[in-house]
Design a protein around this ligand. Structure first.
Ligand SMILES: [Zn+2]
Ligand SMILES: [Zn+2]
Length: 184
């Protein structure tokens, strides 16, 4: 009897492991950040599950494309709903305001949002847990990523920019105009 129970527990553990591994590599083409969190609704308060995401390239409709997207969403059961705590990083293509070179701007986001069970517990973000337990993190993650995009991107903190006279990229070669300015 106990042996059967132990065996069942082992099988159950392996199933859980397979479940988390499969999520890591899942890529629904249309909704890559959609997750089913319904299984947590009937779990005790305080239960949580980490869901990992990793995509070399990811499109956030309608207009945001990123590379190297990866991170974790921790979903926790609270009395009012499911709390999503996301920690993600990604890169977007940006143009340096000084030298005009294109470069990959790294972005890091960290957020907590409640998907409420009922309207009365809804938070400022107005997120309600859908009845089918499927939530699509894409619109939320997109908003947070956009907030992190710098207004004046720099390819590196000490970018020397372009010469105002000849347009030379001063990161590569100092031009004659710069030398004259330095000498004074
Ligand atoms: Zn630059
Ligand atoms: Zn110059």
């Amino acid at each position: 009897m106990i042996e059967t129970l132990c065996y069942n527990l082992r099988v159950f553990k392996r199933l859980l492991l397979n479940f988390s591994l499969s999520l890591r590599h899942v890529n629904h083409s249309r909704y890559p950040l959609r997750i089913n969190v319904g299984f947590l609704i009937n779990q005790p308060i305080g239960s949580s599950r980490d869901i990992h995401f990793e995509f070399p390239e990811l499109h956030f409709p309608p207009d945001l494309d990123v590379t190297g997207f990866n991170g974790v969403a921790r979903i926790s059961r609270t009395p009012q709903g499911l709390l999503v705590q996301g920690v993600f990083e990604a890169g977007i293509l940006a143009e340096c305001v000084r030298c005009l070179a294109e470069f990959v701007q790294p972005l890091k986001i960290n957020f907590s949002e409640l998907y409420a069970f009922k309207y009365k517990s809804i938070s400022e973000s107005g997120l309600l847990l859908p009845e089918d337990g499927n939530i699509n993190l894409s619109p939320l993650v997109r908003e947070y990523l956009l907030l992190e995009v710098p207004i004046s991107p720099l390819c590196r903190p000490d970018c020397k920019g372009l010469c105002a006279v000849c347009g030379a990229d001063l990161n590569e070669t100092p031009c004659e105009h710069q030398a004259r300015i330095v000498i004074g």
